[in-house]
Design a protein around this ligand. Structure first.
Ligand SMILES: Cc1cc2nc3c(=O)[nH]c(=O)nc-3n(C[C@H](O)[C@H](O)[C@H](O)COP(=O)(O)OP(=O)(O)OC[C@H]3O[C@@H](n4cnc5c(N)ncnc54)[C@H](O)[C@@H]3O)c2cc1C
Length: 212
């Protein structure tokens, strides 16, 4: 049995700012949804400036948007996710509750209908945060917006990576305004992180390029 099989919430590795070291002056994150926002928050600890390229114009409230069309139903945030977001954004849970989210007991307050029947209530309570996914994202996005050193470039469709093996690991990223207007512009960074969720290919490229 691998060690991973023994991982519990109590043994889950927590993020510690004090353990990370500066690695460069600028990083680019592709995609400003949950993964991209969290990546930007962590990169902010190791580079001076982080730019998030996001295809959508991002709302200032808990609103659905085209780039995350799968989000309109209620979401339950499991404890590992909540604890991680609390580490990255202290006060996250209270912010969600203040914005209209709920803290419910997953075993009693929610009816789980599965295989033709409702799952029985458990004797052990299991607390979780409930909200729409746009609300969770809104709370995180506002915290990122308030972080000096992180900037959003919205309505900005990332196209592809440019890579020169002889120089920096990954040194150019052409982007263009959505809907095709404007010429492509290029952004350079020492690090880049792909949270666009549309490109396993991008992740594969990153692996080949040895980008951490
Ligand atoms: C139908 C459905 C239901 C789901 N239900 C649940 C659920 O109930 N609970 C749950 O926890 N998970 C659920 N999921 C999974 C969850 O939605 C995803 O795991 C999560 O959204 C992934 O987040 P992400 O930040 O990685 O990517 P996404 O949320 O997909 O975000 C990608 C971001 O990148 C941007 N982007 C994409 N391409 C580009 C580009 N070329 N240039 C610039 N920006 C770009 C997009 O606009 C978007 O902002 C569901 C998924 C689906 C499809």
């Amino acid at each position: 049995m691998s060690d991973r099989s023994h991982m519990t919430l109590a043994t889950m590795a927590r993020y510690e700012e004090a353990r990370v070291q500066p690695i460069g002056d600028r990083a680019i994150v592709v995609g400003g949804s949950m993964a991209g926002l969290c990546a930007a928050r962590i990169l902010h600890d190791v580079v001076d400036k982080v730019v998030i390229l996001e295809r959508d114009d991002l709302p200032h409230g808990p609103e659905s948007r085209g780039g995350a069309p799968q989000t309109s139903h209620p979401h339950a945030m499991l404890e590992a996710g909540r604890a991680t977001l609390e580490d990255l954004f202290p006060g996250f849970s209270n912010d969600v509750l203040a914005a209209g989210g709920l803290e419910l007991d997953m075993t009693r307050d929610i009816a789980w209908y599965d295989h033709g029947g409702v799952v029985a209530e458990s004797a052990t309570p299991l607390s979780a945060l409930y909200a729409s996914r746009p609300l969770f994202e809104h709370v995180v996005r506002e915290r990122v917006r308030d972080t000096p050193g992180i900037r959003f470039r919205e309505g900005c469709h990332f196209i592809d990576y440019q890579h020169d093996p002889a120089s920096e690991p990954c040194h150019g990223r052409p982007v263009q305004r959505r809907e095709g207007h404007g010429d492509g512009t290029r952004r350079d960074a020492h690090r880049r992180c792909d949270g666009s969720d549309e490109s396993d290919a991008g992740v594969a490229r990153a692996t080949r390029l040895s980008v951490p």
